[in-house]
Design a protein around this ligand. Sequence first.
Ligand code: ADP
Length: 485
Amino acid sequence: MWVTISRTEGKKVRRIVSVRFKIAAVFSLFTAALLLFMNIYPIYVSRDMVFATKRSALQSQGSVISSSLSALEKLSAENVEQVMELLDMAPMTRLVVTDPDGRVLYDTGGADNGGPLWGVEEALGGYTRFSCAYSYTAGSFTSRCTVPVAGAAGVTGAVYLYEYDTEQGDIIAGLQQNLGNMSALFGGAGLVIIIVISTTLTRRIKRLSKAMDVVRGGDYSHRITVRGKDELAALAEEFNVLTGRLEATEEARRRFVSDASHELRTPLAAIRLLSDSITQSDSMDPDTMREFARDIGAEAYRLQRITEKLMTLTKLDSGVTDRQPEPVDMKAVAERTLHLLEPLAAEQDVRLRTDLAEGCVVSASADDLYQIIFNLAENAVKYNHPGGSVDLALRQADGQALLTVADTGIGIPEADMEHIFDRFYRVDKARSRASGGSGLGLAIVHDAVVANGGTIQAAPRPQGGTEFTVSFPLRAPAADRTDRS
Ligand code: ADP
């Protein structure tokens, strides 16, 4: 059975062979071959067994007659007749005795095929011959055996035995009939089982493919009811897991797009309002105008920062990055970053303190490390109290480079801890906005840490404030790596 399916998306029409048809065809062929073998093999074996029995029976009868006749100096119709009467052999379909020239001296005259006596010539040459044939149509065994009569002076004649047996043939025909009936029964039952199995299988495959169609149509909430414990059930389970992930990703994407447009809309609205105020006012004094223009600039800068951060996140998401992992000394990156933050720290009256160990070389992207340290340290300054401090420490432990950024700031409430790495999540929206935050910094930090094979944790400090710990596997010394490679 050929099934035609059309793919609406690719506009491609594909011809496929139904799995049901394949299974049914393979099983049917296999069953047919098995039944054929079951029918033929026992018949052949039984037939050969009958052949062997006939051979030994006819040959031994022939030998008995031949040895009885071999005592006679010369065979004649009379003396052969006498010996035969004395022997009183079991009835045979036909028994013939010839003289050395092949002339018939004795003949029971039973039915034969009427042709020349088979094998007599060879028997007169001193050879014993036997032949047996089974007729499937008549259900009969036809056996012939010729034995030489060996006298003192050489071959004195030949004994020809012929047997036509339908008794054994009937047994074999009966066996054949029984095998045929059993085969029909098994074949029929097998066929029903094949149809049931293949129909059940294809029904389950169809359910899977239907579910895929539904999901492809955009309904990511669709799930399959998992039945059984076989591979198809595992596939259905896997499908549900994948669809669940797809649903979560789609939900995150929707939320991201809506949050992003909301974030972008706010500064854009402010810019429009400010520019409208300038254009619609006839008598705005230069100082106010300058102030408005400054505000427009600040909002534009905010927009620029948000879009830059969005770009960074999108790049981290897609895994597309022009930066390659390289050996990076974290101390150097930390020092460079803190240097850039000094003006902000001074403005906020926050002290920056460092305790940076040497030799913390990791395999990562230097730009990503900069983003991580900058965002963490900037937050530690932004969400601090005037007169507070930020401690940035770097050390090695258990093959890891550990970077901690601890502040004496406002801290993060316990309930918010699990959300702070979410995109656009802000604990105190007003404070974050006032300090130019967008709720994207920690999401970038998290994604950059993961992209570079590290881990990150945040914890409240007992004395107040927050401590972030980032760890990366230390890069093995160059000599070690060369030895190993
Ligand atoms: P933002 O751009 O708003 O700073 P982040 O993703 O960097 O966004 O941080 C998310 C939120 O987590 C911030 O809005 C702030 O409420 C909180 N937060 C981050 N770092 C700290 C910190 N060191 N101390 C207190 N709160 C913090």
